[in-house]
Design a protein around this ligand. Structure first.
Ligand code: MN
Length: 234
């Protein structure tokens, strides 16, 4: 049997120090995981269970930007308020469901710097109406990601600076320790809702300072210990 058109290929992320690539399956995102960002979005950052939304894992949504390169991201249609959210992306290399917090790190393949690009005006309208967020979050090129850095055995990434500059000016700055829910807690919780598989990515939330982007701007996302992510809005 043949397919009626060529099957879509997954996004493939480059891996630091390897000739192999990481094929993406699903993209899970955590909402409001830094207290200061929860407050800037009008929420109370009490420690409620984390909540999740998804982006597509295909190569239309996930834009893999190789080390040393700048990815071109088209300003998306239907918005006048495209926002940046710099995030630590956790890539899973091992399947599991109902994963215990103390075993969560074993499921991590590696880490990358990612941008959860957001059509904030559309997301806001959907929030007001109690409707799903997809049109605000899951558009084409909504998830640029830098190269994956493999996890070192026994040394999960739990601390360090996270920062985004736009045209050289700092827009977002924080530390991973500010996460309300740790990476391990997030994996454990998510795995009670979905069976996680190798290839799954988790965007772990953004520090405060989210804001609007315009065409022509150059973004650089940095997290201590990881390859930076550079994109330009075109
Ligand atoms: Mn986000």
């Amino acid at each position: 049997m043949t397919t009626v058109f060529p099957p879509h290929s997954p996004a493939l992320l480059p891996i630091v120090g390897s000739d192999q690539t990481f094929p993406v399956r699903r993209v899970y995102c955590v909402g409001r995981n830094y207290a200061a960002h929860a407050r800037e979005m009008g929420s109370d950052p009490t420690r409620e269970p984390p909540f999740f939304f998804c982006k597509p894992g295909d190569a239309d949504a996930v834009i893999a930007v190789p080390a040393g390169q700048t990815g071109d991201i088209a300003y998306p249609p239907a918005t006048h308020d495209l926002h940046h959210e710099i995030e630590l992306v956790v890539a899973l290399g091992k399947a599991g469901s109902a994963i215990a917090v103390e075993h969560a790190a074993e499921h991590i393949f590696g880490y990358a710097v990612g941008l959860d690009l957001t059509r904030r005006d559309l997301q806001g309208q959907m929030k007001e109406q109690g409707r799903p967020w997809e049109i605000g979050k899951a558009f084409d090129q909504s998830a640029p990601i830098g190269p994956l850095t493999p996890r070192q055995p026994g040394a999960p990434l739990t601390a360090g600076k996270i920062r985004l500059t736009v045209d050289g000016a700092v827009r977002q700055q924080g530390v991973l320790e500010q996460m309300i829910w740790s990476v391990d807690e997030t994996i454990a919780r998510l795995s009670t809702l979905f069976t996680l598989q190798p290839g799954d990515l988790i965007f772990t939330g953004t520090p405060d300072g989210v804001g609007a982007l315009t065409r022509g701007q150059a973004l650089r996302g940095e997290i201590d210990g990881l390859a930076p992510l550079q994109v330009r809005i075109v």
